[in-house]
Ligand binder design. Structure first.
Ligand SMILES: NC(=O)c1ccc[n+]([C@@H]2O[C@H](COP(=O)([O-])OP(=O)(O)OC[C@H]3O[C@@H](n4cnc5c(N)ncnc54)[C@H](O)[C@@H]3O)[C@@H](O)[C@H]2O)c1
Length: 290
């Protein structure tokens, strides 16, 4: 695959105007934005020659998205801790597998570097790795499991975004999709830690969307309801017993591509059996002026 094929972006850091100047306090990242430029737009029907990083790409939703991206001609880096499944899928798709624990900043940076070294660019970062916490906050609290779940589900997205930004800017922009969950929109009594870190991912997406768009990077959130993957564990049987509909992975992959083809940024798209997928309409919050 040609590393430069289908490269519409301006390239270089010329596109990198505005935002993220650092500084203290909640408003530290707000600086004047530069003029709008022509950015690299990543769409589902324009993936030939584009390059995607898929974290949690060895199994489940990540593997499903990777398969469809490969069908459409994208170069793919699968980043996961499941080496066996990841290497097998990489062989099948003529993709690249990199062992990556997303809870480690340096692993995220190395995964992005692999995309740039192997394919010459990065257009799309699908930050999707995730786990259930496996503990609650009562007697079943387990500090190690708590840290692990926050590390994978929240740090994994934070580090992934941080690692991907320079590479995406160098391509003239691109798209970041973070897998949150319906658990990022509603409370989940059976796993409050999972709900907390998924709410945090939703907050990240909503906070980053506008600012990064000014630099040519769209950030969108994918919020599936229960989907038929290994993460459900024994919960799958329970859901079946109570007749709760479970999404096919294919439906979530379809949703990913709908979201890729959307124009928005900072949105969190819900994927629920039997419903049209769409961005969740957060209620307007009260402010000091009304
Ligand atoms: N399946 C569902 O019901 C459901 C619903 C909503 C959201 N999600 C989210 O979808 C995403 C994908 O999960 P899935 O349903 O495909 O489950 P899955 O278990 O099939 O896939 C998760 C992948 O993440 C990988 N992973 C785990 N820890 C990792 C780490 N530290 N570093 C890198 N990779 C790691 C696993 O090896 C696996 O390949 C997760 O973020 C999950 O929270 C899933």
């Amino acid at each position: 695959m040609s590393a430069q094929a289908g490269a519409p972006g301006q390239g270089g850091t010329g596109a990198a105007t505005g935002g993220f100047a650092g500084g203290g306090g909640l408003l530290g990242g707000m600086v004047a934005q530069g003029p709008a430029e022509t950015f690299n737009v990543v769409r589902g029907d324009r993936l030939e020659g584009r390059v995607a990083l898929v974290t949690g790409g060895s199994n489940g939703i990540g593997a499903g998205v990777a398969r469809r991206l490969a069908e459409r001609g994208a170069g793919i880096v699968l980043a996961d801790i499941d080496d066996d499944a990841g290497k097998a899928l990489a062989d099948e798709l003529d993709a690249t597998f990199v062992h990556c624990d997303v809870s480690r900043l340096e692993d995220n940076e190395a995964a992005v570097a692999t995309a740039v070294e192997r394919y010459g660019r990065l257009d799309l970062a699908f930050l999707n790795a995730g786990i259930a916490s496996g503990c609650g906050l009562g007697e079943d609290f387990d500090l190690r499991r708590y840290r692990l779940a926050m590390g994978v589900n929240l740090d994994g997205v934070v580090f992934g975004v941080h690692a991907a930004i320079p590479a995406l800017l160098a391509t003239g922009g691109g798209t970041i999709v973070a897998t949150a969950s319906m658990a990022g929109i509603v409370g989940i009594p059976s796993d409050p830690i999972y709900a907390a870190n998924k709410h945090a991912v939703v907050g990240l997406v909503r906070s980053l969307g506008e600012d990064l768009q000014a630099r040519g990077i769209r950030v969108q959130g994918l919020c599936p309801s229960f989907a038929d993957t290994a993460i459900l564990g024994e919960g799958k049987e329970l859901l079946e017993q109570i007749g709760f509909p479970i999404l096919d992975v294919r439906t979530v992959v379809d949703a990913f591509f709908r979201l890729l083809d959307s124009d928005g940024t900072g949105e969190c798209w819900f994927v629920i059996p039997g419903r049209e997928i769409e961005p969740f309409a957060f209620r307007r919050a009260p402010g000091p002026r009304g």
